[in-house]
Every structure is written in C-alpha cells, then in structure tokens.
Design a protein around this ligand. Sequence first.
Ligand code: GLN
Ligand code: ZN
Length: 763
Amino acid sequence: MLTHNLGFPRIGAQRQLKKASEQYWAGNITRSELFLTAKKIREENWLLQKQAGIDMIPCNDFSFYDQVLDMSLLVGAVPPRYTPVATDIKENTEIDLYFAMARGYQQQDLDITAMEMTKWFDTNYHYIVPEFTANQQFRLLSDKLFNEFNECQRVTGTIPKPVLIGPVSYLLLGKEKDTQPFDRIDLLKKLLPVYIEVLKKLEENGAIWVQIDEPFLVTDLTEKQKQAFEYAYKEIRKQCGDLKILLATYFEGLQENTSLAVSLPVCALHIDLVRAPQQIDEVVRALPPKLSLSLGVVDGRNIWKNDYSKSLALIEKAKAVIPEERLMLAPSCSLLHSPVDLDGETALDADIKSWMAFAKQKLDEINDLKQIAAGNSDLLKKNTAIIESRRNSTRIHKQVVKDRVAAIKDADATRNNEFTVRQQIQQQRFQLPLYPTTTIGSFPQTEEIRQLRARLKKGDLTQQKYESEIEEATISAIRVQEEIGLDVLVHGEFERNDMVEYFGEQLEGYVFTKNGWVQSYGSRCVKPPVIAGDVSRTADMTVRWSTFAQAQTNRLMKGMLTGPVTILQWSFVRDDQPRWQTAFQIALAIRDEVVALEKAGIKVIQIDEPAIREGLPLRKKDGPAYLEWAVKAFRLSASGVKDETQIHTHMCYSEFNDIMEHIAKMDADVITIETSRSQMELLEAFARFKYPNEIGPGVYDIHSPRVPTVEEMTHLLEKAAALLPVKNLWVNPDCGLKTRRWTETIAALKNMVQAAQQAREKA
Ligand code: GLN
Ligand code: ZN
C-alpha cells in the first residue's frame, strides 16, 4: 500500500507566512524576503513528510493566499480590471497581481476592488471566487506549479505529486460575471486545453502521479454537471494517457455519484472515510478492475488521534476485495484544515494531549496504519490503550451532563406561550416606540481595549485594575448610546476577546491550544477552542457584566450570549459522539445562563446564532435533519424564561429563502439580520413566508467605515415597511461594531436614530 498526503498546512508552525505576507503588504520586507520565508516553509513541510515515510509527497499545495486563486492564475482567469496592475506599473510582478486579485489594489490613481471570497464547502476556510465572462479566455499564465514541482523534487529527492483543483470543480467554484447570461460549465471546452497543456508540461518535467481534486463529486449534481465530469476526464485520458491521475473527493460520501466517479478513466480514486465511512462497501463493490483506491482514514479536519482499530476495519474491508498494490492510505482531505504541530502544545493537560494529533502527527498515523495493516500489532495495542483511556476518562465524561441531555423533553424547548401572547406582554412591559432602535452587541474593540487584555495576560495589569478599566469603557459606551437616543442598549462586549472563546473559557469541557492555528483566508488564521469533554456551566458567565451595565442606566440593557450552534460550529468538536449531542449540552449551559440573567433583572436577552446556516450539510437531503436539531438547540437555550422576557437572536449575512420554516421555528421574539448590502432583498424571504415575529433588518453595512446618510436608511426602512408589518420592525445595524472606530460609529448611529424617528412620524 502506498501512502500519500493530500496537502499540508502552509501557514508555518509559527504562522511565519502570515507574518511575512503582512510585512510585505505593509512594505516592510522585500519580495525576496517574502519568497525566502515561503521557500523555507515548503522545504520544512516536504522534509517532514519525507521523514514520516509518506510515499507520495504533494506539491503545489503551498499557496501565498488561496489554492483556488492559484488556479485562476495558472489558467489565466484574471478579470480585466486588474490589467493596469500587471501592465501600468513597472515594478509589479506576478505576486503583486496575485495579491491585488485577493485583496484589491489602491495605489496612485488606481482603486481596484478585490475578488469575492466565500466559504470552501462546509469548512471555515474561505477561497477567492473565480470570475467568468461569457467569452472567457484561458491560457497557461503562471509557472508556480512547475517551479514547486521541480523544487520539491530537488529538496526531497523523490518525485512529487502535484495537486490541482479539477476543471469541473474549478468552474463550479466560480461565478458568472457578465451582463450576458451564460452557464459557466459551458466554459469547460475552452478550459480543458489549458489543463491538458498543464498536465503535459508536468509530464515533461517528470511527473508520474497528479492529484486532481474534484470535491463537487460529493455534492448534488445535475445531469449536465455529471456529463461535464465524463467529458473532462475522457479528454484528459485521451491526451495525457501516460500520466497517472488520482481523483480526490472529500468532505462527504459519493453516494449516488459513486457509479459516475468509478467510471471516470483515471488511475486512482480517493474517498473520505472519516466523513462517510459507510461508503466503503459500495465503492469497493463498484470499483472496476484497474482503478486504485485511496482510503482517506485519518481525519484532516479535526485534532483527535485516529482510532486505529476503526481505520483498520475499513482497510480490511478494502483489502478483502482489492489487491494491496491498488490500495493507498491518506488523510481524509488536505491537512490544510488542521493545526500544524502538537509538539508545540506544552501547556495542555497531558491526558488530553495524548488523545490529539495535529497535521504533523497525522502523517505518522498514516505510516502507523500502513504498518498495522502489514501486521504490526504493537502499534495497534498502544493506540487502543490511548483510545480506551479517552473513552473512560472521568476528566471528560460527566454522567450528570449526559443524563440531563437524555432527559430533555419537548416542553423544555418551548416557551410558555406562543409569540402573539408574549408580544403583548412584552409591549405592555417595555412600552417601546414603533421602530425601536438597538445595536447588535459589540462596540469598537480599540487598540487600548485589546492592550488591556494583553497586559492582564502578561501580568502587567491586576485583575482588579483590568476590570475597572473595562467598567469605564462600558459606562462610556452606555453614555454614548443614551446621548444618541437608542432604545435598547448593549454593554459593548469589551470584556470579550472572541464571541466563542469567551464562553469556552468559562465552560467545563473546553480546552485551549497555544498554537492550534488554522488558515481561515489569506493571512487570517483562527484558533478554534477545543470541546474535549461533556460541556457544562459551573458558574455565571455574563451576569456580572450585564448587571453592571444595567445598573448604569434606566434604559433596557440587552444581555448578550452566543448560541449553542455557533459555539459548536466555531470550535473543534468531539468525534466520539454525534454533533447534536454536544450541541444540546452547550444549549443547556446557555439556557442556565439565560435564566440566571433573567433572575438578575435582565429583561431582554440576545442569543447570537450567526453560524446556523453554515452548519448546513453539503447534501440537500441532509439539511432538514440538521436544522431540526440545530433549531431545537437554540430553542432549548431560549425557552427557560418567562413570557415577559424578550429573546433576541442575530444572524449575519445569510440566505434565508430555503430555511425560512426553520428560522420561524426558532421562535425568537426578535431576530436581527444582515440585510443592508442586499438592499433589503434578504427580507423578501421573510415577507413571502409572512414571518410572524419581530425583526430588525440591518440598515447599514458595518464592514465599511463609511457613514450612511439618514436618507439611505429611511429609504431602506420604507422598503422594510412595505414588506412586513410596521409593528414588528426594529432598527439596527447589520452586525456588531467591534471592527469600527468610535467616530464613524457615533455618526452612523446618530443618523440611524434620526431615520427611525422619521419613520415613526410617517407611520
Ligand atoms: N454580538 C456579536 C457582536 O456584536 C455578534 C457578532 C456576529 O454576529 N458575528 O459582535
Ligand atoms: Zn453578525
């Protein structure tokens, strides 16, 4: 059995690439300094993989920003607006054009917008969306791929396996940007010759295997898309018959696309057996005599040690039918989605650390599995002991928490009375005007605020001094809101580093890494907290700050919490129980906090769920089951309070059309959503659905420092009023204001309050 890897993290164990790129963008280091950092990272990664005994080492998995953008440059899909970057300014080279496409370009008289960015399937990685026009031309433009191939060969002394995104997936990842309507999949005929040119050139350079990623093979495909796959791989086979193509799929099972995938004329097929272990039987059965199978048994997207006996069972199933020379072992997907190296985690609890594996350790796991499959029982025994210790550890297993989840009743996820009854009670109680105004939670996280936290961590600031500084910031934010004339205030979230980490730090069951960084987009990395065990709440989490804030004002102060699905979605989760179980544990913890806030006199409580939509499975048919438990988790967290307590939720930029039924089922008294960038278009889904509860459609975009005018916002409010009952409308920005500065925040909110006043007068 050959071992191989689908890709390795390129940020560097110390995030060297992030630091170097940002220095380069700021003009502080030269291009060659940036290139040197990149080269060192690549070399380290390659040698690491070689030492780990990986037979086929990937190349071209390195990227300065994003692998999809790399493809756009490789095939010359550069939108025309970037032509001046490439031609007018003498100094620029390919890398500057590349960064201009990723980040936009503002220099001299030029102001060119960046390309769009969106989520990579159901991960937290974001890619740069290719832009296509009806008469799009492609040509081989970049040498990066070939340079890295040769470089890797020199460094490792082996023949690397270049990684490319397949032609069909590449087109499907993009967007049509033309006044003239067309289907981007029709560009395949023009794109393929460039792919074939690329493959031929790789072959000339000595390549034997090429990994072509076609993750769309695990999604719902139309007939036309299926035909595109058949056409593409037939052509490739016809023209590059000597090259061995390994077709990689990941993030889901092939399901009804199995027969299509195994019929494509390639040499090997890679399947994800972590996400979809059950597909092994069908794929093995369907595999034609000459096709090799790559078994993705090591989880490329999580931080847990592989359960070798489980993987071995999958390997044995394959071995029973397929000769070993036609089997390969690999991670489930690229290790891009894992942190780099567990060895750097010196502060982790020893037990918990022994249950973990980051990218570097996952390479060893692949090699271990190869040896175990060949009969090495010592390695298996050692692993079994570790897996057992995790399974039985009282450090993470809390029977009371499990019992409480098992005892959840439907009534626990239901408010006492239905919305119309609650609305009346709340109106009586709060006496809010029509078009009540509020904000989403955070106020500017200035450098000073961040410094406070850094100084506290370092020990330069006592806890007491830290808290009094945060109190001061909170009071001043409250005064600002009162002066502006907002109706429902927030405390500003100055005490929070991050909306998930803040809760994770206070919940039992969480652990934190020092260096568990994963690339989110470009130079931005995230360090998700780790849900290691049963989650429970041991003490109040937000009551101190919410009650402090409420005591400073006569106006209503919103309590501010992150919802269970968002906490789950933005953490590394357990792989030893279903996601819903973990979500319900978190939901009960948040529920207790909601009840504690109510008890402490907080009358309005917001539970943010911006990540509900991004948790949707890749297959449409799996959507309802997920939404069922996700909505129930939210309702569990929100339903412990009396009718007179108003529950808000907040969701960021998200399509609602196909999930309206579930949004309504969340049954929040008020939902605030991001709508300004779509000019209230997103609100139409709510109108069509006749959404019954109260809603605050965002009236201004918080991503830009621009101060919106009163007229713009009244205009948006008029649009909203035409769509939904005025008595249900709130007025608020799109999202939290933590990334803004105070000057623009105050100016924008003043205008927003004025717009609300004008709307009231007209109503
Ligand atoms: N309450 C959070 C804030 O205002 C919400 C952030 C979010 O939706 N991403 O910052
Ligand atoms: Zn938001």
